[in-house]
Design a protein around this ligand. Structure first.
Ligand code: NAD
Length: 495
């Protein structure tokens, strides 16, 4: 399809803006609505049901009822697999629509949502579906007078609170394993990007998922989100979002029913270029992509680039050339590699950090400006800071925008020390031609994922999550299915 066709499709696109509760699209009990904006134009995408504690009570009730009835939780794994495969198939059949919804709602380039977000969402549901009827429980190696079973059972009602940067993918990373394991799931999408979750719930229902098993409550964090986290009949909060909100959710769990809590939070990931890097141009191109992809609104953005002093100025110069390829454009243009920042508030936050970086003595090597303001959208140039020291705010705090801090180092030990000097530990990466450096440094880095001679590599088979204040859970892989289950020990005494 060409640009004109995408544009025409976006104008004709119809979508739901209501909550999806017990198999039906419905208004909030209060009747209140809120508006979500298209970041590319600043225009409203519609009025969405503004769910709060009353809607949470309803949805949790239906989720519990569905769970207790066994309509999903007691289905055999292979029956659940069939329904989830059908769900994945419906997503596959509607990839264009899902991709368009994500682009309109979150400002993401259509080439990315077509190439990654939409297919990755389908793949995640299918992968978990395919896995679930291949998992065995355990028989403990106990005495011959007993049979001791170690079995896994679904948790019950799982509430997934997700962010706006990858709305469908983040929801699918929770939905896939939690549904496969037999839970009832309530998704609370970000108030900034509610479209795709509602769309997915409708597809899942169409695929045969029983009413109440997958519900969606659009609304604000302090209303719908908080009510879910404090609810005593919710068994688990699975969250992706900022560390600040993650900390609150842990408190809410403690104040209520000690629900299981899995937090996938922020990052300030170090990306190290050692002096023996085999292909410097590839490393620099990757470093540019690691901060520009998805407008830098990526939890694993390579936002701290640590470069050996011998290569430092060369890398800064090459980066400034490289990011010319990443100048923001309307996300619906197929050639757009970088779209719009999610909203004005986030844009101003990013611009504030660009100002602060200069005040604290870093050199603005290129970028740094808001552009395309005439569109009504929220666009920022890719921005490279050199002469950054590890103590500066732009080297320590998550900016969540296309702003890269380039820091010089002199020795491997110093690179590791700077890399680990962070409250976060989500991802890290390094470029070296030496296998021993690669392995030793990977081991020393305190991060949930380490990329060697690449950035953001991985697939559904790899757990994804953070050390330290980047969180305590893992999405993807079989480990994610495990976390949506309780372990039961059954000791059977034999005569
Ligand atoms: P956010 O923490 O502001 O919001 C995330 C979700 O939490 C939203 O649905 C929001 O409505 C809800 N929320 C906000 N306040 C709440 C409250 N008091 N109670 C309950 N729910 C509440 O994050 P964001 O701005 O949407 O997303 C950006 C953040 O997400 C970044 O920090 C980024 O690093 C992180 N992130 C992490 C991962 C990961 O896998 N570790 C992936 C993507 C994004």
């Amino acid at each position: 399809m060409d640009n004109q066709t995408w544009h025409a499709l976006s104008e004709q696109l119809e979508y739901s803006t209501q909550a999806f509760i017990n198999g039906e699209l419905t208004d909030a009990v209060s009747g209140k609505t809120f508006s979500s904006l298209n970041p590319a134009t600043g225009e409203s995408l519609g009025q969405f049901s503004q769910c709060d504690s009353a809607d949470v009570d309803l949805a949790v009730g239906f989720a519990r009822q569905a769970f207790e009835s066994g309509v999903w939780s007691s289905k055999s794994p292979s029956e659940r697999k069939q329904v989830l495969l059908e769900f994945a198939k419906l997503i596959e059949l509607n990839l264009d629509t899902l991709a368009l919804l994500e682009s309109l709602d979150a400002g993401k380039p259509i080439s990315d949502t077509l190439g990654y977000d939409a297919p990755a969402t389908a793949r995640c549901i299918a992968w978990n579906a395919e896995a679930i009827d291949k998992l065995y429980d355990e028989v403990a190696p106990t005495t011959s007078d007993a049979l001791a079973l170690v079995t896994r059972e679904p948790l019950g009602v799982v509430a997934a609170i997700v962010p706006w940067n990858f709305p469908a993918v983040m929801a699918s990373w929770k939905l896939g394993p939690a549904l496969a394991a037999g839970n009832s799931v309530i998704v609370k999408p970000s108030e900034k990007s509610p479209l795709s979750a509602i769309y997915l719930a409708k597809l899942a229902y169409q695929a045969g998922l029983p009413a109440g098993v997958f519900q969606v409550l659009p609304g604000f964090g302090h209303e719908a989100g908080q009510a879910l986290a404090l609810h005593s009949d919710v068994d688990c909060i699975t969250f992706t979002g900022s560390t600040a909100v993650g900390k609150k959710l842990l408190t809410f769990a403690g104040e209520s029913n000690l629900k299981r809590t899995f937090m996938e939070c922020g990052g300030k990931s170090p990306h190290i270029i050692f002096p023996d890097v085999k292909n410097l141009d590839k490393a620099v191109a990757t470093a540019a992509a690691a901060i520009c992809y998805n407008q830098g609104e990526v939890c694993t953005a390579g936002s701290r680039l640590l470069v050996h002093r011998s290569l430092y100025q060369t890398v800064v110069d090459k980066l400034c050339q490289q990011v010319q390829d990443w100048q923001p454009q309307n996300p619906l243009l197929l050639e757009s590699k970088m779209g719009a920042i999610i909203d004005e508030q986030q844009m101003n936050k990013v611009l504030g950090y660009i100002e602060l970086g200069q005040q604290q003595g870093a050199t603005l090597a290129c970028g740094g400006k808001q552009v395309l303001s005439e569109t009504g959208g929220f666009y920022i140039q890719p921005t490279i800071f050199s002469d950054v020291t590890p103590d500066m705010a732009i080297a320590r705090e998550e900016i969540f925008g296309p702003v890269l801090s380039v820091i010089a180092f002199d020795s491997t030990e110093q690179a590791i020390q700077i890399a680990n000097d962070s409250e976060y530990g989500l991802a890290a990466g390094l470029w070296t031609a030496d296998i021993s450096t690669a392995v030793r440094v990977s081991r020393a880095l305190r991060a949930g994922t380490v990329f060697v001679n690449n950035w953001d590599g991985g697939d559904m088979t790899m757990p994804f999550g953070g050390y330290k204040q980047s969180g305590n859970g893992r999405d993807k892989s079989l480990h994610a299915i495990e976390k949506y289950t309780e372990l039961k020990s059954t000791w059977i005494e034999l005569d």
